[in-house]
Design a protein around this ligand. Structure first.
Ligand code: FAD
Length: 354
């Protein structure tokens, strides 16, 4: 067992983990970040090359140090976000261990024990899980999917349109990823955009700031569930609309070896399917604690696991804090979460249980 016993072990060194670290450092708690990545940047390292944020730099910042406005325009590129996260963690000198894959979190005498795939064990009084969703891509089951001999790729692994040049491609999913990947592919491939229903496009002058405000209002109970998945009209999507190709069709009935069969019985040859169908929380490492539900979620109250009070969660979605899966929301989640950890540790100290 490691000789170090931290106040807090943060699992995940993406934006959510870094924002937590910022407030832990300010509070003077001892902590370490264990991150599976080869380098900084979290999920941004894996996003497609042309990705731009849908919110300006000023509304995409972590606590303490605003994201610099880059050279490429109002909406930062994914490269600018990676550069920002890299400089952010260097600026504050966080203790981050990489690459470091956490296999399991288990109960330990005075806290929790984190077991790494390397076999090493690290213990802490508390754990914050901030592992995001990228490593748990979701692909829905379609009839005869196993028969299909073409390419199937989740958006998590999509880099650019080049491998699909000249191909017949289905882009499946009605969110922002689907819209952006379809827009890009439509320039070089015969692309069809498949969605369960007509997507909702936001007005051209609405960007990520409004989505954040909506998510906050939703958490406060002021509006219903619709809104956060609506499509932001970033430049490539606007351009596709201006070309008149931003159309969707309803899902096909089933796969064939060479394509799909549409609801009217027509068969269509297909070379590739890109699944833009979202993600689940990457929480397999929490299974030994017995708190993970069937879709990867953990029951939380104020970001604290209901059945495992030493475990806290951040960054997965609105259920771990308003817009906590966005850059700006990660900071607010952390600002709320760290004082709660401090209170919990102080209460434990007062009770003399450690
Ligand atoms: P991640 O960035 O995924 O970081 C989690 C870290 O945990 C990773 O480094 C990973 O290696 C590590 N990890 C995972 N499992 C383990 C393990 N078992 N052990 C150790 N480490 C582990 N947000 C915005 O604010 N504005 C936008 O415009 C925007 N656009 C987006 C566009 C796309 C296509 C996508 C997919 C997301 C977008 N987001 C946007 C959302 C959001 O900012 C990201 O999803 C964000 O990366 C989530 O941060 P995170 O820190 O929670 O998770």
């Amino acid at each position: 067992m490691s000789s170090t016993h931290h106040d807090v072990i943060v699992i995940g060194g993406g934006q959510a983990g870094l924002a937590i670290a910022y407030y832990l450092r300010r509070a003077g708690l001892s902590f370490v970040i264990l991150d599976a990545g080869e380098g900084p940047g979290g999920a941004w390292v894996h996003t497609w090359s042309s990705l731009h944020l849908f919110s300006p730099a000023a509304f995409s910042s972590l606590p303490g140090w605003p994201m610099p406005v880059g050279d490429t325009g109002a909406f930062p590129t994914r490269d600018e976000v990676i550069a920002y996260l890299t400089r952010y963690e260097q600026r504050y000198g966080f203790a981050i261990e990489r690459p470091c894959i956490v296999e399991a979190v288990e109960p330990a005498p005075a806290g929790l024990q984190v077991r790494l795939t390397s076999g090493r064990r690290v213990t802490g009084r508390t754990v914050v899980s901030a592992t995001g969703t990228w490593s748990a891509p979701l692909i829905p089951a379609y009839p005869e999917q196993g028969l299909f001999r073409g390419t199937q790729l989740h958006s998590a692994f999509y880099r650019n349109s080049e491998p699909f040049r000249g191909q017949r491609v289905l882009v499946i999913g009605g969110g922002n990823s689907g819209a952006q990947i379809f827009a890009e592919l439509s320039l070089v491939a015969i692309a069809t955009w498949v969605t369960i229903q007509d997507p909702t496009f936001l007005p051209d002058d609405v960007d990520g700031r409004v989505l954040f405000e909506r998510a906050s209002a939703r958490v406060r109970g002021e509006i219903g569930a619709a809104g956060f998945g609506d499509i932001v009209m970033v430049p490539p999507v606007k351009e596709a609309r201006d070309r008149g190709i931003l159309q969707t069709v309803r899902p096909f009935e089933r796969f064939t070896p060479d394509g799909v069969i549409w609801p009217d019985g027509a068969t269509a040859p297909v070379d590739a399917v890109i699944w833009c169908t979202g993600f689940r929380p990457a929480t397999a490492h929490l299974q030994p604690l017995g708190c993970v539900g069937p879709e990867g979620r953990v029951d939380v109250v104020d970001q604290r696991a209901v059945t495992q009070p030493r475990l806290w969660l951040a960054g997965y979605g609105d259920w771990t804090g308003a817009a906590s899966a966005t850059l700006i929301g990660a900071g607010r989640t952390a600002r709320e979460l760290v004082p709660r950890i401090i209170d919990a540790l102080a209460a434990e100290d007062r009770a003399g249980t450690v």
